[in-house]
Design a protein around this ligand. Structure first.
Ligand code: DCP
Ligand code: CA
Ligand code: CA
Length: 364
């Protein structure tokens, strides 16, 4: 099986960079964006700052008075957060990024995963050029720089991205992934907080590499099956979470044109079976069950029709789709003399199961 190529894009010093964008005159100064609590003129916390301010020791979350002290004697600029404006910029970038990926998942105002396996034919070599192209386009169209991590999955892409900022591009190939993670402290893994890393430390597990070679059965005894297996896999750079848009699609469908117009059931089902394969793959990826199967038909006179069946039980397998599509077409072809030109397969009415990701993160 071909390896996946997953990117994480994380916008550099985002709120502060947005401020620089609308007021380039502040670019060479320390820039601090903060939330002013309003109690006194000085009270509040730093949201983020540009890299000039960071060099002086300013950090996200730090009280503003402390940031002021660190920047004493400089021409630092302090600004209040303007979420609406940052969201506008973010949306423009996200829209561009979305166009570069087969599947796309925005995770926050300044971060998104892109599955680009198809675009780069699974090649990390090509992924490098592709990432540079994406960065250049966003820079020229929006004016914002960001860092990209590329890896065989989301976990590796994220850590790759964090390893080189700002304006970074870090590529970690499948075969390098395990070694890349091995020297990092365990708390760099999602879900390993203070308590967990202290517990792991007491077992002699300090680095991700230690965790990777630790007996998985022992991890399961301590943390239970789901978390134990997750820690083991994550440490070994194994992560099968799909890149998927948050929020739910109403339906999953595919439409195609027949090689020639036809009234022949077997010929038509050849095409719909092909479409069903793709629909079923998406169903698996979204981990959803559907209760409705529908066909869409465009006839030679260009009129279009649709027919649907509601299942008694939610289903998620492709055989159920094929069987119902067949029944729908048998019936439909009995109702018309016209030949069929285009066909579509659609499943809908999802009863979504807990996505695996949610199950896991609900532990954290
Ligand atoms: N943010 C915040 N308070 C924090 C951390 C972050 O308000 N304690 C906001 C401001 C950031 C944005 O979220 O601009 C994104 O957070 P990041 O952690 O990605 O940090 P930056 O984008 O600021 O910097 P970097 O260049 O390190 O990604
Ligand atoms: Ca971020
Ligand atoms: Ca960022």
């Amino acid at each position: 099986m071909q390896n996946r190529v997953v990117m994480l894009a994380d916008f550099d010093y985002f709120f502060a960079q947005c401020e620089e964008l609308r007021n380039p005159a502040i670019k060479d100064k320390p820039v601090v964006v903060g939330v002013y609590s309003g109690r006194t003129k000085e009270s509040g916390a730093v949201s983020t700052s540009n890299y000039i301010a960071r060099k002086n020791g300013v950090k996200s979350g730090m009280p503003l008075f402390m940031a002021k002290r660190k920047l004493e004697g400089t021409d630092a600029v302090f600004l209040p957060v303007d979420h609406q404006y940052y969201e506008q910029i973010s949306n423009r970038i996200m829209q561009i990024l979305r166009g570069y990926a087969t599947s796309f998942e925005q995770v926050s105002v300044d971060e998104a995963y892109l599955d680009v396996t198809g675009q780069v034919q699974g090649s990390f070599e090509k992924a490098k050029d592709y990432a540079e192209k994406i960065k250049a386009e966003v820079k020229s169209r929006v004016g914002i720089s960001f860092s990209i991590g590329v890896g065989p999955n989301k976990l590796v892409a994220k850590i790759a991205c964090d390893s080189q900022k700002p304006d970074g591009l870090t590529i970690v190939r499948s075969e390098e992934a395990k070694d890349f993670l091995a020297t990092l402290p365990v708390d760099r893994l999602l879900g390993v907080g203070k308590k967990t890393s202290a517990k792991m430390g007491s077992l002699g597990v300090k680095t991700v590499g230690d965790l990777a070679s630790y007996d998985v059965q022992k991890l399961i005894v301590i943390w239970g099956k789901i978390l134990g297996v997750y820690f083991h896999n994550a440490a070994n750079a194994v992560d099968n979470e799909p890149v998927q848009e948050q929020g739910e699609a109403e339906s999953i469908s595919r439409i195609g044109t027949l090689k020639q117009d036809s009234h022949d059931l077997a010929f038509i089902l050849q095409k719909t079976d092909e479409l069903t394969e793709d629909v079923a793959k998406d169903v698996v990826e979204r981990n959803s069950s559907f209760k409705q199967v529908a066909i869409y038909v465009v006839l030679t006179d260009l009129s279009s029709k649709s027919r649907s069946i509601t299942l008694e039980q939610p289903a998620k397998d492709k055989e159920t789709i094929k069987k119902n599509v067949k029944e729908l077409f048998e019936k439909f072809l009995g109702e018309t003399q016209l030949e069929v030109r285009r066909v579509g397969v659609k499943v809908s009415d999802f009863s979504r199961e807990e996505p695996r990701q949610k199950q896991l993160t609900s532990f954290f």
